[in-house]
Structures are given as structure tokens and as C-alpha cells.
Ligand binder design. Structure first.
Ligand code: NAD
Length: 483
């Protein structure tokens, strides 16, 4: 029996490999046709995609509910609006983005006219994680289309309903020599990664990001890596703590904490520590229910994606409690439904996994601090985060924090909403990734900035050509000295 299963899966894999090779080849053949499309033609495609998303809104909500009980309102905000906004923004600005950018000549370049031309990368691969499965496929796809590319998409295996729906939508909307989607796990990703793509846009964990970059190195393929990490929050002595508690509770427990830019842990000035914990608890009660049973029954709270992540999170909380952490609210775990209640812990020892690894779930450690230096030291003892948030009304503190840390992005007096600003680049730094997405930055990620210089017959460089007689050398000396 095992042999049969193995044989079938080997056959399936062989068919899939052939399919991938075929689709990649037809996209390679078609890439210059797609590259030659005008802004008007690309806008027409984006409008078709936009219209399909609006038409299938209810199906998208249902698929995400089936995958991890994501609340409909959260689907609307973070999967649908995030993508429709990206598409509308591209539609509005594409003509301008596509225009070649003139550059000024310098003295030695006086006889030239030059510009930067945004050339599509060609055939691109987009690999997405499970936590925002719709957003992280169709968002990058919108900018890849805007930039004039062909694209192959690989969503996560952990959201099968959303992936199947997206496949159906892609097949309805695009010929396969332009956009195609392959479902499956890392085996499928590995087959895809053997192809010499012109760009890989990967969203996922830093561990898999390394694998992607290694595979890309084989073909010297450029990469955008949108990775994760531990995003800290600092609430200083001057902060409006009620406002901070309201925003942070909503943004942390959105998608059950499974957000790359979710507040991972909080340092709050000791003057506010106990009051802030109370406010957080109140906020959790008013958002999801007054008691544990009500909160578990709340339709406004998603589930953890699968038993493995459920177990990982339960272990992390258990270890923290064993080492003396205090549970402020939450702590209910139901394995039957992968339910973990919105949980806040405090008084955690520094070496507990909750303070060392990315949490990526509805568990929030809150630590008091007295001296900002210790907070900065803690943050800088970890890899550079995807986001860092500061709640403060004191400019000096904000500046000190920014000057002494590095992060992909930041909010002052809020968290996570930077993702939704289409004029800001979205991306990480080092361990949290590199390259940017969103708006013009997404268009750029999928474009090559080709330098084009037009020379006249009066090029001054002719005077610097061999033979390098003493007269030519004197001219070269003047250029080196004065220009
Ligand atoms: P993951 O890295 O496990 O998987 C992401 C994708 O990579 C999936 O499609 C998966 O099938 C594929 N994959 C897995 N193993 C692979 C391998 N060995 N070779 C090739 N492909 C492989 O990530 P995840 O668990 O789906 O998502 C969670 C992570 O994503 C978190 O670290 C989170 O912070 C990060 N994330 C980042 C952003 C961002 O925009 N920066 C957004 C969402 C999630």
C-alpha cells in the first residue's frame, strides 16, 4: 500500500514537474509581449482583477473561514481592502510610474541625454505564507502585473480553501502564459525554485527565506524577502496608555496574533505597568467577551492555523509559566478547535522562548522597565525586527529610540497600520527581509531600472581616446583634477 502511495505521489510529482516546466517555458516565450503592454492594457487587467475580487467577496470570506475561522470583518480589512487598495492605487498612478525618468547631465555628460527606464523583470515567482493567504498572493501580483511581468504563484499548503479559490480565479482571469498558480507544499516550491526566474518575491519565515535565497543564488535571481521576527513595542512614561491599550489589543489579536507585524512583546514604563495591564484586560473583555466561555464563542476571533502551531504556542506559554511568569488574562487552550484565548503574560524571565522566538499567535508578553537603555539593549540583542512601535509624547525619547535601533518600519502611537499606507515602502531589514512592496515600491521591486544614455557625435570622451599622447594625458589630468 505504501509503495502504491509512493508511486502515485512520485507520478503526481513527475506530472507536476512537467507542468511547471511547460508553464515556465510558455511564460518565457510570452514575456516580451507582456512587457510591451501599455499602461492602458495593464490597467484593463488590473480592473478585471479588481472586479473579480468584488464579485467573489463572499467566496473569499467563506474560504478564509473554512481555513482558520478568520472573521469576515478581518477578511474585509486585511485580505480584500488591502488588495483592492493596492490595485486602485496602481490603476491611478501606473501611467506616471511607467514614464522614463529623465536624469540631469553632469559636466562630462553635457553631450548626452539620459533616462531610467522601468523594464519588467520578466517571469517572476511569488511564494506566500498562510497567515494572509489572499492578500500576500494578490497584492504582489497586482504590482507584478502593473510592472508588466508574467507570474507564477505558489500559495501556502495550510490554507487549502483559499488556495483553491485563488487558483480558480487566476484560471478564469489569465491565460497560463501570463499568470499561473500551483498549489502544494515545499516540494512544489522546490520544483519551482529550480527554474531560472527573473525575480522571486517571497513572503514567509526567515528560515525558509534563507533556503529561497540559496536557490535564487544558483541562477543569480534577484529576490524580495518579506520575512518575520519579533516586533517590539515601547510605551514610555509620557504615553497615552488608554489609547495604547485600545490600539494594541485590537492589532495584536487581529488574525489571532498571526501577523508578521503584530506587536510581539511590550515594554511599558514601570509607572504605567499595572494600569496598562488592567486596560489591556478590559479591552480584551469588551472586544471578545466578559468571560472565557464568551470569548471562546466569539465570532470575532480567528483560530490558530494548525495543531503544530497550537502545540508550539502552548509549549511556549507553559514554559514561561513554569519559569515564574504571571498570567494576566487568557490562558485557555482548546486543541479540538486550535483555539488559544487572547492571552497576556507578565513578569517573564528573559530567557523564556516567548521572549526569544517570534510568537506569531494570540499571546502577548508585557514587561515593565525603568531605564530605556535596558530596553534598547534587549532589542539590539535580537535580530533587526520587521517593525518597531513607540507610544510616546516625548520627542526626545522617540528620537533616542529611532537613533539607537533598526527596523523594517515603525509607527509612533500605533502599530501594524503602516502596512495599509500605499505611499510607504513595506519591507524588512536583514533577518526580517529586504526589498520593498506596496505602491510604487512594489512596482519597482518587479522592475529593472535600466540606465539609458544617448550620446551625440560631439562626445568629449573622443578626446580621451588612444593613442595616449602627452596632450591626451594632459587632458585626462585636467579631467581627474577638476571634473
Ligand atoms: P514559511 O516560511 O513556513 O512558508 C512560506 C511559504 O514557503 C509557503 O508557501 C511554503 O509552502 C513555502 N515553503 C516552506 N518550506 C519551504 C522550503 N523548504 N522550500 C521552499 N519553500 C518552502 O512561513 P509560514 O509559516 O507560512 O508564515 C509565517 C512566517 O511568515 C512568519 O515568520 C511571518 O512573520 C512571516 N510573514 C512575513 C510577512 C511580511 O510581509 N514580511 C507577512 C506574513 C508572514
Amino acid at each position: 500500500m505504501t509503495e502504491v502511495i509512493e508511486k502515485i505521489s512520485k507520478d503526481t510529482l513527475a506530472t507536476l514537474t512537467r507542468d511547471i516546466e511547460r508553464v515556465f517555458a510558455v511564460q518565457m516565450d510570452n514575456r516580451y509581449n507582456i512587457a510591451a503592454t501599455t499602461a492602458k492594457q495593464r490597467i484593463a487587467k488590473l480592473k478585471r482583477l479588481l472586479e473579480a475580487i468584488y464579485r467573489r467577496r463572499e467566496d473569499i470570506r467563506q474560504a478564509l473561514h473554512q481555513d482558520f475561522k478568520k472573521p469576515a470583518a478581518e477578511v474585509d480589512i486585511s485580505e480584500i481592502f488591502a488588495v483592492t487598495q493596492e490595485i486602485k492605487h496602481a490603476i491611478k498612478h501606473l501611467k506616471r510610474w511607467m514614464k522614463p525618468q529623465r536624469v540631469k547631465p553632469t559636466l562630462t555628460m553635457m553631450t548626452t541625454r539620459s533616462h531610467i527606464r522601468y523594464e519588467p523583470k520578466g517571469v517572476v515567482l511569488i511564494i506566500a505564507p498562510w497567515n494572509y493567504p489572499f492578500n500576500l498572493i494578490f497584492g504582489p501580483l497586482a504590482t507584478a502585473i502593473a510592472a508588466g511581468n508574467c507570474a507564477i504563484l505558489k500559495p501556502s499548503e495550510f490554507t487549502p480553501h483559499t488556495s483553491a479559490l485563488m487558483k480558480e480565479m487566476v484560471n478564469d482571469l489569465f491565460p497560463e502564459n501570463e499568470v499561473a498558480l500551483f498549489e502544494g507544499d515545499k516540494q512544489v516550491a522546490e520544483i519551482l525554485l529550480r527554474r531560472p526566474f527573473h525575480h522571486i518575491f517571497f513572503t514567509g519565515s526567515p528560515a525558509v527565506g534563507r533556503i529561497i535565497m540559496r536557490a535564487a543564488a544558483e541562477h543569480l535571481t534577484t529576490v524580495t524577502l518579506e520575512l518575520g521576527g519579533k516586533s517590539p513595542v515601547i510605551i514610555d512614561e509620557s504615553a497615552a496608555i488608554k489609547d495604547a491599550a485600545e490600539k494594541l489589543a485590537a492589532e495584536k489579536f487581529f488574525n489571532a496574533g498571526q501577523t508578521c507585524i503584530a506587536p510581539d512583546y511590550i515594554f511599558v514604563h514601570q509607572r504605567h505597568h499595572e494600569a496598562f495591564l488592567k486596560l489591556l484586560e478590559q479591552q480584551i473583555r469588551s472586544a471578545y467577551g466578559q468571560n472565557p466561555a464568551e470569548r471562546e464563542a466569539s465570532p470575532y476571533f480567528a483560530r490558530v492555523i494548525n495543531p503544530e502551531h497550537f502545540q508550539r504556542l502552548s509549549n511556549m506559554v507553559e514554559q514561561a509559566l513554569e519559569k515564574g511568569a504571571r498570567m494576566v488574562v487568557g490562558g485557555k487552550f482548546n486543541p479540538e478547535d486550535n483555539y488559544i484565548a487572547p492571552t497576556v503574560l507578565t513578569d517573564l524571565p528573559e530567557d523564556t522562548p516567548l521572549l526569544q522566538e517570534e510568537i506569531f499567535g494570540p499571546v502577548l508578553p508585557v514587561m515593565p522597565y525603568e531605564d530605556l537603555s535596558t530596553v534598547l539593549q534587549f532589542i539590539n540583542g535580537h535580530p533587526k525586527p520587521l517593525a518597531l512601535y513607540v507610544f510616546s509624547r516625548r520627542r526626545k525619547n522617540i528620537e533616542r529610540i529611532f537613533a539607537n535601533t533598526s527596523a523594517g518600519g515603525s509607527c509612533i502611537n500605533d502599530s501594524a497600520v503602516q502596512f495599509l499606507h500605499p505611499n510607504l515602502p513595506f519591507g524588512g531589514i536583514n533577518n526580517s527581509g529586504f526589498g520593498n512592496s506596496h505602491g510604487f515600491y512594489g512596482f519597482r521591486a518587479f522592475s529593472h531600472e535600466r540606465a539609458v544614455l544617448k550620446q551625440s557625435i560631439y562626445s568629449p570622451f573622443k578626446l580621451l581616446s588612444p593613442p595616449y599622447t602627452p596632450r591626451v594625458q594632459r587632458l585626462i589630468d585636467l579631467v581627474v583634477k577638476y571634473l
